[in-house]
Unconditional design. Structure first.
Length: 80
């Protein structure tokens, strides 16, 4: 249970930083941390093998979402 509490504390801290941070580019790393912490919480809380698949799917989806947001803010694909 210590791991769940640790992941929860990290997620709450990162969520507070996402809310408090004014610069959008500085929010993105904390948004990734929230996603990783939620993935850890899912994997630790539900003691079933299918939970690993659910956590992996959430992790992959949130990573792709974060990368898409970061790419959009960076200017997207530049055509020559």
């Amino acid at each position: 249970m210590i791991a769940v509490y640790l992941c929860t504390a990290i997620a709450v801290y990162a969520a507070i930083r996402v809310i408090a941070e004014r610069n959008t580019m500085r929010k993105l790393p904390f948004l990734n941390v929230v996603s990783f912490a939620v993935t850890g919480i899912i994997a630790f809380l539900l003691p079933h093998p299918i939970t690993i698949l659910a956590a992996a799917a959430y992790f992959v989806g949130s990573t792709l979402e974060s990368n898409a947001i970061a790419s959009t803010w960076a200017g997207g694909i530049r055509k020559p």
